[in-house]
Write a protein that binds this ligand. Structure first.
Ligand SMILES: C[S@@+](CC[C@H](N)C(=O)[O-])C[C@H]1O[C@@H](n2cnc3c(N)ncnc32)[C@H](O)[C@@H]1O
Length: 241
């Protein structure tokens, strides 16, 4: 890992950043149903991403024979991740989500769908990204991240210059980062930071490139709520060598 990586508490990459600078809200709301709760004891340990504090994580090693490795950050209820995993059984998909009801929901999808290619980190994605080797992911999906749109909360946004550098670091050359939001100011915020990140190249040539969902997009639970101030904006960046 680069010696220059910031490590001070308060930095979004610091392991304890989930304290004062949490990028997520509640980690639990409704009571988790007993059947889903049981999956935390039975299924989760068998498909958990290794503890990032224990050392580097090679994502392809998590599923021998995997053709690609993808990461979805903040999978919410996991509907999108489960649908992508069902479509692409050759891809190992790592999902990170600290919201326990969401983890319970994805565990149910994995169990019911018999999905073999999902790996879960039930906590902050930033620790996993920090543990990934350079150029180890084919695709990163950030779909409708918490908007934190009050100015005093902007610093909690997942996308920062520091994290954008990390995302670029872990993408393979030719790999894709897909960022989607239905908040106009977050789209502008993310575009500004991702566009100035060395190695990331925005793929849009015309308005439809950000207005029209990519062919393989699966509508998410949060997207259906239409809570933002704009139709979804799809920003795709390619990692150039
Ligand atoms: C607005 S929800 C969207 C959920 C889902 N992507 C969807 O579209 O339905 C944003 C999610 O990101 C998760 N999140 C926020 N910060 C995160 C982080 N640092 N690591 C992993 N997940 C995070 C939140 O817990 C929340 O479930």
């Amino acid at each position: 890992m680069p010696a220059s990586r910031p490590k001070k508490p308060g930095d979004p990459l610091h392991p304890r950043a989930s304290g004062p600078l949490r990028s997520f809200g509640r980690i639990k709301s409704r009571v988790i149903k007993p059947l889903q709760a049981a999956l935390f004891d039975t299924l989760l340990p068998t498909i958990a991403v290794p503890d990032p504090a224990a050392g580097p994580i090679d994502p392809l090693a998590l599923m021998p024979g995997a053709a690609q490795a993808w990461l979805e950050i903040g999978f919410g209820g996991g509907e999108h991740l489960a649908a992508q995993a069902a479509r692409r059984p050759d891809v190992v998909i790592l999902g990170c989500e600290p919201f326990l009801n969401g983890v319970a929901s994805l565990l149910r999808h994995v169990d019911e769908g018999g999905l073999k290619n999902v790996r879960i980190h039930a906590d902050d994605a930033r620790a996993v990204v920090e543990a990934l080797p350079d150029a180890s992911l084919d695709r990163i999906l950030i779909l409708f991240p918490d908007p934190w749109h009050k100015v005093r909360h902007n610093k909690r946004r997942l996308i920062s210059d520091v994290f954008a550098l990390e995302l670029a670091r872990v993408l393979k050359p030719g790999g894709i980062l897909r960022f989607v939001t239905d908040w106009k100011d977050y789209a502008e915020w993310a575009l500004e930071r991702l566009n100035r990140t060395p190695g990331l190249v925005w793929q849009a040539n015309a308005a439809d490139d950000w207005r029209v969902a990519p062919a393989d997009h699966v509508v998410t639970r949060y997207e259906e709520k239409k809570l933002g101030d704009t139709a979804p904006l799809f920003l795709e960046f390619r990692r150039e060598a």
